[in-house]
Design a protein around this ligand. Structure first.
Ligand SMILES: [Zn+2]
Length: 473
C-alpha cells in the first residue's frame, strides 16, 4: 500500500515557503519524510545511517523557517528601547535587514533601528533580544558550537567536524575569529564572576562535618608568536626572542568530596579549575575566587600543594597565609634520587637499596629523620662536586621540612602529591601544546578561558540556551 500525500510537491521548498504557514510546510516535510522511509526500505545498500542523514536534510527547511519566523516575530515585538541603558530610542527606522547563519541554515530578518540620546549611539534592540552579537554573523546556537569545538580541538579540525556533524560550513578563519570573540566575552564574564565571589557575603551553608579545602598549583609553558618575523632584528640587538610563556594552572576541591573508585583510584566529585597566561597576580585572584565559590570561606582549613616552585609558596603566603603548605611527595623523592646518584653514580642496585628505606621513612615517619641521615652522610664525603650536590639537597629538605608532613597527611586522608593539578595541566596541554602550534597572547587566553568555563560546569552562564530543557518548556 502506498501512503503518500501527493497534493504537496516535494523540494525546491525555500522559494515557495516565505509566505507559507508553518503547518503547510510541516505537511510538505512529512510527505518528504514518508517518501524517504519508502526509499530507505527499497534501498538494499543503505543502512539506518542513510535514513538519519536523509531525514535531517528533509526536515532542515522546516526548522530553518521556524527559526527565521521566530526571529522575525521576536524582532517585531521588541520595544524600541536602548539595550544598554534602557532609554527610549528616537529617529526610528524599520526594515534594516540582517542575514546570519543559524543551526539550520541562513536566516534573514528585518529590524528597527533607533538612536539612543543617552549613549549617543545607533541601536538595534532586536539584535540584543535575539542574542545576536553586533558584528558576528551567527546565531547563539552556532556561536556556542564554534566556541566549544575551537576550545576542544585545533581550528582546522573544528571547522571540519562542525560541517560533518551539522552541515554548517564555517571556514577556519571565521571559526577562529568567532571562537576568540566568545573567549573574550568569557574573560569579561570571568572577571565579573570573580569580583562577585570576592565581595559577596556568602550565606553560611550548614556543613555537617568540617572539611579542608585543597588547592594545588602548577605551571606549564605555551609557545607564542610574539616578535614573529623580528627574530633576526631582535638577535642583532642582543635579545633572544622569547616564545615560551608560563600558563599558571590550579585546581581546588573539598577534601570531603574526594573519594576512591572500586579500583582504588582517587576521584573528586566536584572540582574547580583555573588556567591563565596573564601572570601570577591573575592566577592568585582567579584561584582565590574559584576556591571561594567551592567553599573556601566555610572550610575548617586550607592546604596548598605544589611541586616546589618558589612562586607557589610566595603566592600561598600572600593570598592564604593561614593555609598549610605541602611539597609534592614525588618531587621530594626526586631530590632523594639526586643525592643517591651523587653517592652511587650509576650503580643502580646500591642506589635502590639506599633509597628504599629513606622513601619509606619520608612517607611513614618524618622528614626530620631523613634529613638527619643525609646530614650523617655529609662529613664522610670528599670535598668537591659530590659533597656540594648532597649539601644542596640537604638544604632543600631543611627548607621544606615543614611542608613534608606526609605521615599526618596520610592519616588525615589528605593527598600527599599534586597529581590532580598535574593531570589538569596535561589535559590543557593536549589542546594548547601540540606540535607546531603557535599562539597569540590574546588567542590562547581567550580559548583557555572557554575551556575553563566548560570544565567548571559554567558553560550555561556564557550560553544560557545550553542549559534549557525543551522537554519541560
Ligand atoms: Zn542607551
Amino acid at each position: 500500500m502506498k501512503t503518500t500525500c501527493c497534493e504537496f510537491e516535494p523540494h525546491s521548498l525555500s522559494a515557495t515557503t516565505k509566505s507559507e504557514p508553518l503547518a503547510v510546510l510541516a505537511a510538505r516535510t512529512a510527505c518528504a519524510l514518508d517518501r524517504a522511509v519508502e526509499r530507505h526500505v527499497l534501498a538494499c545498500d543503505q543502512n539506518l545511517g542513510h535514513l538519519e542523514t536523509q531525514a535531517a536534510h528533509d526536515a532542515q527547511e522546516l526548522l530553518r523557517a521556524t527559526v527565521e519566523r521566530g526571529a522575525q516575530a521576536k524582532a517585531d515585538a521588541t520595544p524600541p528601547l536602548c539595550p544598554v541603558c534602557g532609554k527610549q530610542l528616537t529617529r526610528l527606522s524599520p526594515g534594516h535587514a540582517r542575514t546570519f547563519t543559524s543551526r539550520f541554515g541562513a536566516v534573514t530578518i528585518r529590524r528597527t533601528r533607533g538612536y539612543c540620546k543617552a549613549c549617543r549611539k545607533w541601536r538595534l534592540p532586536a539584535d540584543a533580544a535575539l542574542g545576536l552579537e553586533e558584528t558576528a554573523g551567527y546565531s547563539p546556537g552556532v556561536q556556542a558550537m564554534a566556541a566549544l569545538l575551537a576550545s576542544k580541538m585545533p581550528i582546522e579540525d573544528a571547522s571540519t567536524v562542525l560541517e560533518h556533524l551539522t552541515g554548517i560550513a564555517l571556514p577556519r578563519a571565521t571559526l577562529d575569529r568567532e571562537a576568540k570573540r566568545q573567549g573574550e566575552r568569557a574573560q569579561q564574564l570571568r572577571d565579573k564572576l570573580d569580583q562577585q565571589a570576592a565581595t559577596e557575603k556568602r550565606q553560611l551553608e550548614l556543613t555537617l562535618e568540617p572539611y579542608q579545602m585543597i588547592i594545588q598549583l602548577d605551571a606549564w609553558n605555551i609557545r607564542e608568536r610574539d616578535g614573529w618575523g623580528q627574530s633576526a632584528a631582535l638577535r642583532r640587538a642582543g635579545e633572544e626572542p622569547e616564545r615560551w610563556h608560563w600558563v599558571y594552572t590550579g585546581t581546588c576541591f573539598r577534601l570531603d568530596q574526594r573519594g576512591q573508585t572500586a579500583g582504588g583510584r582517587p576521584v573528586i566529585s566536584e572540582r574547580g579549575f583555573v588556567a591563565t597566561r596573564a601572570g601570577l597576580d591573575a592566577l592568585r585572584e582567579q584561584m582565590h575566587a574559584e576556591a571561594l565559590r567551592r567553599g573556601l570561606g566555610q572550610a575548617a582549613g586550607a592546604l596548598v600543594i605544589g611541586d616546589g616552585g618558589v612562586w607557589i609558596w610566595r603566592l600561598a603566603d600572600d593570598r592564604w597565609p593561614q593555609a598549610r603548605q605541602r611539597l609534592d611527595f614525588y618531587h621530594a623523592v626526586q631530590h632523594l634520587v639526586v643525592v643517591g646518584h651523587a653517592l652511587f653514580g650509576e650503580d643502580k642496585d646500591k642506589l635502590k637499596s639506599w633509597l628504599r628505606p629513606l622513601v619509606r621513612q619520608l612517607k611513614n615517619e618524618s622528614a626530620v629523620k631523613v634529613i638527619r641521615q643525609l646530614e650523617e652522610v655529609m662529613p664522610t664525603l670528599p670535598e668537591g662536586a659530590t659533597g656540594a650536590a648532597v649539601a644542596r639537597e640537604v638544604n632543600y629538605f631543611r627548607e621544606h621540612r615543614n611542608r613534608m608532613a606526609y605521615r599526618a597527611a596520610r592519616r588525615a586522608g589528605e593527598p600527599i602529591g599534586s597529581g590532580s593539578v598535574e593531570a589538569t595541566c596535561r589535559q590543557y596541554q593536549c589542546r594548547f601544546k601540540r606540535p607546531g602550534q603557535f599562539w597569540s597572547r590574546e588567542g590562547d587566553e581567550a580559548l583557555m578561558c572557554l575551556e575553563t568555563f566548560w570544565r567548571n560546569d559554567r558553560w550555561h552562564l556564557l550560553f544560557p540556551h545550553t542549559a534549557f530543557n525543551p522537554a519541560r518548556n
